[in-house]
Design a protein around this ligand. Sequence first.
Ligand code: ACO
Length: 327
Amino acid sequence: MYAALKSIGAYIPKKVLTNKDFESMVDTTDEWITKRTGIKERHIAAEDELTSDMGVEAAKVAIHRAGLKINEIDMIVCATISPDYFCMPSTACVIASKLGRTNVTAFDISAACTGFIYALAIAKAFIESGMKKNVLIVGAEKLSSIVDYTDRTTCVLFGDGAGAAVVSATRKKTEAITDIHVSADGNYGDLLMTPGCGVKNPCSEKVIEEKLCTMKMKGNETFKIAVRTLTSDVVNILNDNEVSAEDIKHFIPHQANYRIIKAVGDALKLTKEQVVLTVEKYGNTSSASIPMAMNDIWESGRLQHGDTMLLDAFGGGLTWGSALLPF
Ligand code: ACO
């Protein structure tokens, strides 16, 4: 049995925060943000809108497009670093409940911006082993709830949103996910972290005062490792599967920074037409960024069934991964 990506869906919150808006919030300019990141605006969830709410909306679209009923979904995996609840219940369980699906396997995974690719790998493994038939994977983030809006080095980068996909069992090899690489190096954990509210620095007045539950990033060091790691990872997955860069119809990288995407695209000698860019309008939405980008090209008619896609992501942990698959 093989695992195939059946459908994609996304949910994008209505409220937009532009670079201009940030000029009155922190010491920054539209010019700096655009030049250094490629981001022009990002969407922000409503105050009462939870990560699970956005995940549910994206999931409904993906399930509908897969032509399935909710009770045909036998596993839900949610990748998120901004779960509704700190320890429990998992956001996947909340999503299952809001979708009206009980008696289902449901759990969260934490792999930061690489979360969607990790979730895809898990879905593939469960399906290929014969344990599951239709897996819903969700990447959903309300990053605005873990951003320090007084820290110019991080607040301009992140946005909210959700993406979802259905991965199903198939006997057709031509539909099968070709290969997935997922990796991590915990020695670089301090480059990107939320230091507070875990066991190491439990929630306290001091932790809240020092905003230790918000994202801290050593951006420049992360940038250099990201370019190096992503480039070697995509080269490896292409070589392992004897696929050339010209055969890739859509290179869909994690949308963190235009300069990172360009460096990896240039290293692979990809054309502009092959590279999918949504960072300008959504910013970095962590685990939601790849499915949101896939949904964009599907809805615009650019993504057609049979197209070969190369996914690529990098995030806190440090984690990274890539996936090669047909749509
Ligand atoms: N506006 C104006 N100036 C700023 C801003 C801002 N918003 N942010 C930083 N600066 C200043 C810095 O203070 C610094 O000033 P100094 O020279 O006086 O010290 C200067 O700009 C340069 O700072 P750098 O950090 O060197 O800038 P860089 O070109 O590296 O860009 C950025 C910063 C955009 C964060 C980049 O490093 C980056 O994208 N890094 C990778 C992020 C990433 O991929 N993260 C992984 C996924 S995220 C996840 O897993 C959740």
